[in-house]
Design a protein around this ligand. Structure first.
Ligand code: SF4
Length: 520
């Protein structure tokens, strides 16, 4: 185990908490030292949930270690059953408690608690949060689902039914994706039997076998369970995650085939603005922008497809921290002619961003910090995320509305207020030169106080004792035509370009060469 300041995933018991918190009537008893209650904050502060996770921590302390910690666990389990009266319970241990080997499973079996109890064996030192969530969901389903022969058969004339598998608490836009996919399936004439774990009850889990097929929304969480249901309940599963226009269309065809329906009418009715927006003049300006992607596997793969096929970006870097899905990400990277970065060390990611110098970073909260430090535009596309990525409004990633949201989120960071063609159009304009007064009334002869040009801060490059680069008068004049709010950047770019080329003077030509170089 490596100590680190930032981490993409927590320990596996945090994954179990994400499942328990998503469910409605399941309680988790976690053998954990005092201090591990910090995990509650992930849900109440970051996700802004309106109630605490349904977790009872035993909170043993150092002085308890000489005594019977198993008794502390047993008491906590009985007390939490009495207090919360859940319909099923999960029991397990956090990293530290795992070391004292109190056997939560055995203690639970001997407790006499009259509801199903699922003991969790989550190897904290080998596995991580998403694996922990997947394993918890799988064990819970195995324990609670009613046998296939008891599943109520679909009656004649009733619409096909599917389960939505994978959305959890603390997931990136899971709540909104569920809404969007439910809407999309409804348009196709398919009902949702159960969505799990998000907002499901123990009884809902028991009914999973009644669906015709399963929609795997987030493979990191639901793949293991969906495969098991496929083997044991003959329920086929989807393989396409509907993020992006192309993937949503492919997903619609896939579910239509599984449900035995014709999707043509629904496809005609369902609308998406992304293709039109992508063809608009503003977006053409963004064609070929160099983008770096790092996320969980589901979102990294989706982002790579959208960036390269739908927005016309050039993917220069692609990676994931989801080691279980490294093979898929490697294959996608190979298609794009690059090598995938598989790591859970954010310093390696930062190094690659620095080396590749992309114009846009698509990543997690970690990449947002990295991009900010390096002055690169960024959009967040995957967990782990921070509080601002749980918006109050509906903001899905999946389906056609998700594609619209993605367009807005990825394109706006690159816009910088005014687009290139507008800069060209207005650069001779009376309002955008140094003599302009700070008022639109200048054209009527108003002369307000002039804005004092702020002296440019010397940057690090200029501070060393290299000979300064000379600007030729013509080049300086040309520079002054560039609107003030981007002039500093143009100047720095031209100087960096000249330094790289070993030039001591900047001419008009150098200025335009630098523009072409950085505008690639
Ligand atoms: S027991 Fe695990 S989760 Fe808790 S503080 Fe230690 S490392 Fe973190």
């Amino acid at each position: 185990m490596q100590l680190t300041v930032w981490t993409y995933e927590g320990p596996p018991h945090v994954g179990a908490m994400r499942i328990a918190t998503a469910l409605k009537d399941v309680h988790y008893v976690l053998h954990a030292p005092q201090g591990d209650t910090y995990a509650d904050l992930l849900f109440t502060m970051i996700e802004r949930r309106d109630h605490r996770p349904p977790v009872t921590y035993t909170t043993f302390q150092a002085r308890d270690l000489g005594k019977d910690t198993a008794e502390i666990f047993r008491d906590a389990m009985l007390a939490s059953y009495e207090r919360f009266k859940p319909n099923a319970m999960l029991v397990g241990a956090s990293c530290t408690a795992e070391l004292i080997q109190d056997d939560p499973a055995g203690l639970a079996a001997a407790s006499g608690i009259p509801v199903p109890i699922v003991p969790l064996e989550l190897p904290s030192y080998q596995k991580k949060e998403n694996w922990g969530a997947a394993e918890t969901f799988y064990q819970l389903v195995r324990k609670l689902v009613r046998p296939a022969e008891e599943a109520a058969p679909r009656e004649e004339g009733v619409r096909p039914r599917c389960n939505l598998l994978g959305p959890t608490a603390l997931g990136f836009r899971h709540r909104d994706d569920v809404r969007e996919i439910t809407y999309l399936l409804d348009k196709l004439g398919i009902d949702v039997n159960v969505c799990a774990p998000l907002n499901a009850t123990a009884e809902d889990i028991a009914r999973l076998g009644e669906a015709d097929f399963n929609v795997v929304m987030y493979p990191e969480i639901a793949d293991t369970t969906a495969r098991w249901l496929e083997r044991n309940f003959k329920q086929p599963r989807t393989t396409i995650v509907p993020i992006g226009v192309g993937a949503t269309r492919d997903f619609i065809h896939e579910v239509a085939e599984l449900a035995g329906i014709d999707p043509a009418a629904a496809l005609k009715e369902l609308e998406c603005r992304l293709p039109w927006y992508s063809r608009s003049i503003d977006s053409n300006y963004l064609t070929g922008k160099r983008v770096f992607i790092f996320a969980d596997a589901t979102h990294a793969l989706a982002a790579a497809r959208i960036a390269s096929e739908e927005l016309g970006y050039e993917v220069v870097g692609l990676g994931t921290y989801s080691r279980e899905f490294a093979r898929d990400v490697r294959a996608k990277a190979k298609d794009l002619g690059i090598e995938a970065l598989i790591t859970d060390d954010y310093l390696e990611v930062e190094q690659q961003v620095q080396d590749l110098q992309p114009e846009l970073v698509l990543g997690t909260q970690m990449e947002r910090h990295i991009a900010k430090r390096l002055g690169i535009a960024c959009a967040v596309i995957s967990a782990p995320v921070h509080v601002q990525d749980y918006p109050a409004r509906t903001s899905p990633q999946m389906g056609f509305e998700g594609a619209n949201v993605i367009f807005d989120d990825w394109v706006h960071p690159l816009m910088m207020g005014l687009e290139e063609h507008l800069l060209g159009m207005f650069r001779e304009d009376f309002e955008f030169n140094d003599d302009a007064v700070p008022s639109h009334l200048a054209m009527h002869g108003e002369t307000g106080p002039r804005v004092q040009a702020q002296p440019e801060k010397p940057d690090a490059a200029a501070a060393d004792d290299k000979a300064p680069i000379i600007w030729e008068p013509d080049a300086e004049k040309e520079l002054r035509k560039i609107p003030f709010f981007v002039r500093g950047k143009a100047k720095r770019n031209a100087e960096a370009f000249a330094a790289e080329k070993g030039l001591s003077q900047i001419t008009v030509e150098t200025l335009y060469d630098a523009k072409a170089h950085f505008g690639r």
